[in-house]
Each structure stands twice: as C-alpha cells, then as structure tokens.
Write a protein that binds this ligand. Structure first.
Ligand code: ADP
Ligand code: 5GP
Length: 201
C-alpha cells in the first residue's frame, strides 16, 4: 500500500508523519533534495541532500519514482526503497508536494492521496514563522504556493485539517485502517475463506 501525504509547507506533515502508529507497518520514504539542510536536519534521515548534478544523474538513471521543483529546489523520491517496502507488504508513506503526488498516482492508481491542510493561511504563516527555518522571502513564496495548490486538492482521496496534531494523526491512522479493508486489498482473506470449504463435513 502506498500513502501520499501532501500539504503546504508548514502544514505539519513532518510533525504528523513522525507520530503515525508504528504498529500499522509504516515505512517512511526519504526524499532526495537539492535544498540546503536546515539546522538539525540529518543526511539520510530527513533527506538525502545532493547537488543539482547528483540529482540530474539520479533522474537520468531512472532512480526516482517522481520528481518536482518546489520554490527553487529539486525534490524526488528514490524508487527502490518504495518498491521494496510495497513488495514486503508495508505501508510506504511519501511526504511530497502535489505535482509529484499526481505523477505517482499515474504510476500507482491505487495510491491513497491525503491532503493535510492547516485551518487558515494566518495559522500557516504563524507556523512557518514559528519554525524559524526560512527567511521572510521564502516564507512569502511558500504561502503563495500553498494557495496555488488548492485547485489540485480535488485530485486527492482525503482532506485532513491539521488543527491539532493528535487529532490529525488519529484521522490518518483511521484512513489507513479503513483502506486496508478494501476487498481489493484483502485477497488473502477472501482466498482463505474459499479454501476453507475443504474442511466442510
Ligand atoms: P511541514 O512538514 O508540513 O513543512 P512541520 O511539521 O515542519 O510542517 O510543521 C511546521 C511547524 O508547525 C512546526 O514548528 C510544528 O511544530 C508546527 N505544527 C505542526 N502541526 C501543528 C499544529 N497542529 N498546531 C500547531 N503547530 C503545529
Ligand atoms: P521542505 O523544503 O519544506 O522540506 O519541502 C518542501 C516541499 O517539498 C514540501 O511540500 C514537501 O512535501 C515536498 N517534498 C519533499 N520531498 C519531496 C519529493 O521527494 N518529491 C516531491 N515531489 N516533493 C517533495
């Protein structure tokens, strides 16, 4: 199963994703980016930080499942990790922006797309300022981008308002639990039922 979580920068994606219930078998994809690391960000944990040349090479080698430019930097999802996790029956989680999400949806039509939205733009602005990781010009560009993304929300399967972190986490866990019960994801259980007729007396 493949879950995509998108939403404006500062909407709380990183915060929420870190609190998802490990018991549900989540495997968080780590993206590649040409953006500069923020204070405290660790290569290989938060992102794989690379140069534009390094990024272009990965693209040319078809090592990225999707890629996009976001406010002047390149971002992409390494293909191998995600494909391996899905093959092992894990819930691969991609925290990516909208254009990349739509590329993945084309390749994996059964991907579950969740859009995480803050309650208001004012709250979003406060969160970005409070995070204190970008200058005012970058914050302005990210706020503008958040409004440009709104028309694409219709392409998503679910909208979760992140007014409160535990509540948003609970909603995402509930979405994943329900998505797991779709008959197309339950072929194992269905086959077991049919097979069990051999024990009828
Ligand atoms: P994103 O990953 O979407 O860019 P972050 O997870 O970095 O966003 O969150 C941006 C800031 O907002 C952080 O400082 C975080 O602690 C704060 N934050 C996240 N969710 C909430 C919330 N529900 N209420 C208040 N602050 C929040
Ligand atoms: P940030 O610089 O705040 O970490 O991320 C900026 C934006 O890029 C966010 O919307 C984030 O979800 C998105 N992003 C992070 N990794 C990827 C990726 O691999 N692909 C795409 N398309 N977007 C990404």
């Amino acid at each position: 199963m493949l879950i995509i979580i998108s939403g404006p920068s500062g909407s709380g994606k990183g915060t929420v994703v870190k609190q998802l219930d490990a018991g549900l078998g989540y495997a968080l994809s780590i993206s590649v980016t040409t953006r500069e690391p923020r204070d405290g960000e660790v290569h290989g944990k938060d992102y794989f930080f690379t140069t534009e040349e390094g990024f272009t090479k990965m693209r040319q080698e078809n090592a990225l499942l999707e890629h996009a430019v976001y406010v002047g930097n390149f971002y992409g999802t390494p293909r191998n990790y995600v494909e391996e996790q899905i093959a092992q029956g894990k819930v691969a989680v991609l925290e990516i922006e909208v254009l990349g999400a739509l590329q993945v949806k084309e390749k994996f039509p059964e991907a579950v797309l969740i859009f995480l939205m803050p309650p208001t733009v004012v709250e979003l602005s406060n969160r970005l300022k409070g995070r204190n990781t970008e200058d005012d010009v970058t914050i302005e560009a990210r706020l503008k981008k958040s409004l440009e993304e709104v028309p694409l929300i219709d392409q998503y399967n679910y909208l979760v308002i992140n007014d409160d972190v535990p509540r948003a986490v609970e909603k995402i866990n509930a979405i994943v639990a329900a998505e797991r019960l779709r008959p197309k994801r339950c072929s194992h259980e269905i086959n077991e039922f049919v097979d069990s007729q051999k024990y009828l007396k």
